[in-house]
Design a protein around this ligand. Structure first.
Ligand SMILES: Nc1ncnc2c1ncn2[C@@H]1O[C@H](COP(=O)(O)OP(=O)(O)OP(=O)(O)O)[C@@H](O)[C@H]1O
Ligand SMILES: [Mg+2]
Length: 311
């Protein structure tokens, strides 16, 4: 099916009207052309870590907002289903969550909540047991819902839960890039290794970017990377690249207590400057070639950008 007829069918499905009522293939193609080329390719980055409390949500929120401050259109999906944190961290009060999307009670666009600095958030539900026990068909339905966005964002960041459940691996493997957040604790390293092993062995992920959090300096961050990369180089078929680092910063804790992102509240703090630097680095990452990918992926149907080769 060509892109225009795909769009036509999608519009029909979304509006509930028969295909004859929706734009013709030619009109649909013009509609697609109206979407700026730069916007048609969405870069997807999952933030994972294996261990709880290492700073996954902190990195997802502050990296997302830093990219947004830099002028990018960014959506952050809270994929910690059942124990949503992102809305609490940003002081948002969602009235709906992905459960409503799965039940067909709202569209993905309707779920998106505006957060400070232009960031948009797709909230997970909190305390909803059903969301914590989604089956793989439901994970796939959430991932596929992004395909139907007429105007995809430039960046989709996905904050994942702790552990190795399908809730984590499905969402992480569906993104083009996976950031694994690690802090200087033995359990953080072993959990990061465990997650990397599952993603590479069971999902064919070939590259991970490690971000060190709560470290003192770049030297300590690189030492952590060395430890992780040394073991994975030896035993796994995956490359762990050094993605960046964020210092331990009391300001960041204070910002979380005030339900704000540190990059919004104290943009000159050490951690906010580190997130700005990380966002600059992320924007230069060259995405892996996802042609022939045989797993469910965000914007899977658009692995090849319409507007050209990704930066
Ligand atoms: N760079 C940092 N400096 C100081 N404190 C930090 C930093 N990063 C995270 N923290 C602290 O660690 C706590 C846990 O962070 P966060 O909620 O982002 O972890 P998580 O990995 O998402 O946890 P979970 O697995 O429960 O989802 C934060 O509430 C904050 O107090
Ligand atoms: Mg979290």
């Amino acid at each position: 099916m060509d892109q225009a007829s795909g769009l036509k069918q999608m519009l029909s499905a979304m509006s509930g009207r028969p295909a004859a009522d929706v734009p013709s293939a030619h009109q649909a193609s013009s509609l697609l052309a109206a979407v700026p080329a730069a916007r048609r390719h969405c870069r997807t980055i999952a933030v994972a870590g294996g261990k709880g409390g290492v700073g996954k949500s902190t990195v997802a929120v502050n990296l997302g907002m830093s990219l947004s401050v830099a002028g990018h259109d960014v959506v952050l999906l809270d994929a910690d289903m059942g124990l949503a944190n992102v809305d609490v961290m940003l002081g948002l009060t969602p009235s709906r969550h992905v459960g409503h999307l799965l039940d067909g009670e709202c569209t993905l666009e309707e779920l998106m909540l505006p957060a400070p600095r232009g960031l948009r958030v797709v909230p997970a539900g909190s305390g909803a047991r059903r969301l914590a026990q989604l089956d793989n068909g439901e994970h796939a339905a959430i991932i596929r819902a992004f395909d139907e966005l007429l105007q995809p964002p430039e960046y989709l960041l996905v904050d994942t839960a702790a552990g190795l459940s399908d809730n984590v691996t499905m969402f992480a493997a569906a993104a083009a890039e996976v950031i694994v957040v690690v802090c200087d604790e033995p359990a953080s390293l072993t959990d990061a290794y465990g997650l990397t092993k599952v993603l590479s062995r069971d999902f064919g992920v070939r590259r991970i970017r490690m971000v060190a959090n709560m470290v003192r300096n770049e030297g300590d961050a690189r030492a952590l990377h060395q430890k992780l990369a040394r073991v994975s180089d030896r035993f796994l078929d995956v490359v762990i690249e050094f993605g960046g680092w964020v210092p331990h910063d009391e300001r960041l804790r204070q910002a979380i207590r005030r339900q704000c992102a540190v990059v919004d509240l104290w943009p000159s703090s050490h951690s906010a400057l580190a997130f700005k630097q990380l966002a600059g680095a992320v924007d230069k990452w060259v995405e892996p070639d996802r042609a022939g990918l045989d797993r469910i992926a965000f914007f899977g149907g658009r692995a090849t950008p319409v507007g050209g080769v990704p930066r």
